[in-house]
Design a protein around this ligand. Structure first.
Ligand SMILES: Cc1cc2nc3c(=O)[nH]c(=O)nc-3n(C[C@H](O)[C@H](O)[C@H](O)COP(=O)(O)O)c2cc1C
Length: 451
């Protein structure tokens, strides 16, 4: 069985591996330059990567009203650009690469968001995926008119309604064959086959109809990241691909089993949800060379950047936790799953706040020769992982190395695909263009006939 590979990137200078942008070979500081992304997309397509996957945030990390000079100094996801606009450019310069991007339910009204996605799916001929996130940033909440970040589980309830609106627009508003473009009769579209959706929920009222005609996938491939109790329930209901960052294959296996069981309880099948583990690779032609490269990478790591990104060292009121505070005593309205994964990455003692930066920078890293890395990837695969979100150190080198040195070895072992399957991203991943009948979006097909 082959694994899937996504390149996990962000339209910014310092996404995850903070400090690396300073390296003379790193090009991520040039993220405003479209050539960086076009070159990268071509490299990924040459390596038969399944998708480029853009993370995104719509505010600063840190408690409300906290100083944010570290964020700016580190380039910690500021400055940053809108990934959905960039994807339109990448779409016309690629043929097979999946184009996944993150959008927080807070940041766009679902009517407009659904329209953006349909447009991108048309432009890319069906290669778009949406990573549904509920956000973790107080500042982002204030950018969209809220006083506070909505409470953790309530954010998922918000997401439930948000996706419901988009499903109605994508799946229910236009019947197949509604777009006629009949020159003879002078009928562009068939009024009997286009429907208003009349959504009225706690947060949104959307009349419809959807303005774009159906794109190749209608609903984009649905990614989700966030694996708290509420996060797993949301994934089990909606996600087709879940992004995890578990510390070990064993911890991943536990979460995957649980989420798949929940998906089955929702009438879905275990294989309806694919799991992608975030991993960064340090590849050497010998183990010693890989270790040398690792030491060089670590020398560039910025503890300040990691700490500020993770939020967990600071109390909700903005005061820092004492460095010896056990992680189990840290309270957060941010990502419960990331905190839990960091805690569980240390097995011989309870980690404390002072450990955070090192834990974050070292997590899910595989160092070694391509053959050694292949062995470790087989462990992840046995745990139920379907694919890898390759976390980069440096653009574009981290991906060029994977394409030139790791993927050929994986291909020889049958762990990586040898060619692209034709068609849409969903067809490549699941064999069908549209969400399957077991997915909640499918219930809106032909649902608005009489509306
Ligand atoms: C691996 C991973 C990647 C994430 N990427 C993003 C992101 O790019 N943008 C964002 O706003 N939130 C991101 N999140 C936050 C989640 O969407 C979610 O809001 C948060 O983790 C809280 O949910 P949880 O407690 O269920 O994890 C990510 C979370 C995880 C675990």
């Amino acid at each position: 069985m082959t694994l899937h590979f996504n390149a996990f990137v962000m339209n910014t200078g310092s996404h995850i591996q903070h400090g690396q942008w300073r390296h003379p070979d790193a090009r991520q500081a040039d993220f405003n330059d479209i050539d960086l992304w076009l070159d990268l997309a071509r490299t990924l397509e040459r390596g038969l990567f399944d998708a480029v996957f853009f993370a995104d945030v719509v505010g600063l990390y840190g408690p409300a009203d906290a100083p944010w000079d570290v964020n700016v100094r580190e380039g910690l996801q500021i400055p940053s650009n809108d990934p959905s606009v960039l994807l339109a450019a990448l779409a016309v310069h690629t043929e097979h690469l999946g184009l996944a991007f993150t959008s927080n339910v807070m940041q766009q009204h679902p009517f407009n968001f659904a329209r953006t996605v349909s447009t991108l799916d048309h432009i890319s001929r069906g290669r778009v995926a949406w990573n549904i996130v509920t956000g973790t940033q107080e500042n982002a909440a204030r950018n969209f008119g809220l006083d506070r970040l909505t409470a953790h589980d309530d954010r998922y309830a918000w997401a439930d309604e948000y996706v419901d609106v988009t499903y109605k627009l994508w799946e229910g508003s236009w019947d197949d064959g509604a777009l006629l473009r009949d020159r003879e009769r002078g009928v562009f579209s068939d009024p009997a086959r286009i429907h208003k959706i009349h959504h009225r929920g706690p947060r949104y009222r959307v009349e419809g109809p959807h303005l774009p005609s159906p794109s190749a996938q209608r609903t984009p491939v649905l990614f989700q990241a966030g694996a708290s109790g509420a996060g797993k329930a949301f994934a089990a209901a909606h996600a087709e691909a879940v992004f995890i960052a578990a510390p070990t294959p064993e911890v991943a296996a536990e979460g995957i089993r649980e989420t798949r069981a929940l998906a089955e309880a929702n009438g879905r099948r275990p294989g309806d949800v694919k799991f992608f583990q975030g991993i960064s690779f340090v590849i050497g032609s010998t183990e010693a060379e890989a270790r040398r490269k690792e030491a060089e990478l670590d020398a560039y790591a910025s503890p300040d950047g990691f700490l500020t990104h993770m939020n967990f060292g600071i109390r909700p009121d903005g005061t820092p936790y004492p460095p010896d505070t056990p992680l189990r005593d840290v309270e957060t309205n941010s990502s419960h799953s990331i905190l839990d994964w960091l805690r569980r990455s240390v097995t011989d003692r309870e980690p404390v706040v002072a450990d955070l930066a090192a834990l974050v920078s070292r997590r899910a890293r595989i160092v070694g020769t391509p053959e050694q890395i292949a062995d470790r990837l087989e462990d992840w695969q046995r745990a139920g992982v379907d694919g890898v979100n390759v976390v980069n150190w440096r653009l574009p080198d981290s991906y060029t190395e994977v394409v030139d040195h790791l993927l050929p070895v994986l291909r020889d072992r049958g762990l990586a695909q040898r060619e692209y399957a034709p068609g849409t991203l969903r067809r490549k991943l699941f064999g069908t263009d549209l969400v399957n009948d077991r997915h909640p979006a499918a219930r809106y097909r032909n649902a608005f006939k009489d509306a």
